[in-house]
Design a protein around this ligand. Structure first.
Ligand code: PBG
Length: 327
């Protein structure tokens, strides 16, 4: 049947009808909020590159965690920001390091909140790269970096992490991290791998926020080349073989096709990272009066879910739930 017997507008006439036939809903439990943790006490300082986001000291973050858990947010992804950097990222695996203390403090105040430390050394290396450099200093050395990641992952698990999220893009890291966790008795700690992480210009504001922006050279020798889609399937396949429990696509908006491809190929939970540049574009356009922020945020999160993401990591998470942008 076609027009005039079929009229698709019939089911769009009222919000009641639209709600009934709505195919995609973003729920609070789909969202993971990202946080940047800094040294000090009582700190909640605006992040210039991410308007509306803050650098939290451990104590203030624990308070924030309690609040967001009450609001219905299920999980947080944590990034450590430190001035103490060296070639081996030694700040990253100290038992009293910033992330280790943040995990403990959150677990003390909001034990049910799922705590996911991002696992990468770029915030801790003096090079600003996601690994140890080769002897000539020209590239990141894959295999020596793996031992480092395993050591850090174990220390996060010891602090009480529920899930570890390796974001470095070294080959073989999921397997090495899985083995190290198992060996230390953390076989119940899950891995959410940044499986298809592209060398994207959308990470700009993050690098200012995390203090990892000063690096020389490029991340293109380890993060994926943006034009490639089939290669994303290989990355995911390998990570799953190595023991990943959840696979992530990052960034989200310019890679919705990749989210869909992975969703249709693998029967595992898929996460998508609505990254800092995507956040900043919306925030700045909203500030300039060019768009309706709440509506664009709602539409954006819905698009990522509709593409196939089960989980969305987004700096909009708290605001979206608190201000009722979700259905
Ligand atoms: C660390 C890391 C980055 C992001 C998450 N983990 C930056 C990078 O790879 O340079 C980006 C997150 C964002 O832009 O919001 N490797």
């Amino acid at each position: 049947m076609s027009f005039p017997d079929t009229r698709l507008r019939r089911l769009r006439r009222s919000e009641g009808l639209r709600r009934m036939v709505r195919e995609t809903r973003v729920l609070p439990e789909d969202l993971i909020m990202g946080y940047f943790v800094v040294a000090g006490k009582g700190v909640k300082r605006p992040i210039p590159s991410l308007p509306g986001q803050y650098h939290f000291s451990v104590d203030r973050l624990a308070q924030e965690a309690k609040e967001i858990h009450k609001l219905g947010l299920p999980a947080v992804l944590l990034f450590g920001v430190t001035a103490k950097k060296d070639p081996e990222a030694s700040e990253a695996w100290r038992s009293d390091g910033i992330i280790q203390r943040a995990i403990q403090a959150i677990k003390a105040k909001a034990p049910e909140l799922v705590v996911i430390p991002d696992l990468c050394v770029c915030e801790y290396t003096d090079s600003g790269h996601c690994g140890i450099l080769t002897p000539d200093g020209k590239d990141v050395d894959n295999d020596p970096t793996l031992e480092l990641l395993a050591k850090i992952a174990v220390s996060y698990a010891r602090a009480g992490a529920d899930v570890i999220a390796p974001s470095d893009m070294m080959d073989g890291r999921v397997g090495v991290v899985r083995a190290a966790l198992d060996e230390e008795g953390f076989d119940q700690v899950a891995i959410m791998s940044y499986a298809a992480k592209y060398a994207s210009a959308f990470y700009g504001p993050f690098r200012d926020a995390a203090g990892s922006g000063q690096f020389q050279g490029t991340r293109r020798t380890y993060q994926m080349d943006p034009p490639n889609a089939r290669e994303a399937l290989r990355e995911v396949e390998l990570d799953l073989e190595e023991g990943a429990d959840i696979v992530m696509v990052k960034p989200a908006l310019a890679y919705l096709d990749i989210i869909r491809l992975i969703r249709e190929t693998f029967p595992v939970p898929v996460a998508a990272y609505n990254v800092s540049g995507e956040y900043a574009l919306i925030r700045h356009a909203e500030k300039a009066g060019a768009i309706n922020g709440p509506q664009v945020i709602r539409e954006t999160l819905t698009a990522i879910k509709r593409a196939g993401a089960d989980l969305i990591i987004t700096y909009f998470a708290r605001e979206a739930i608190e201000k009722g942008y979700l259905d």
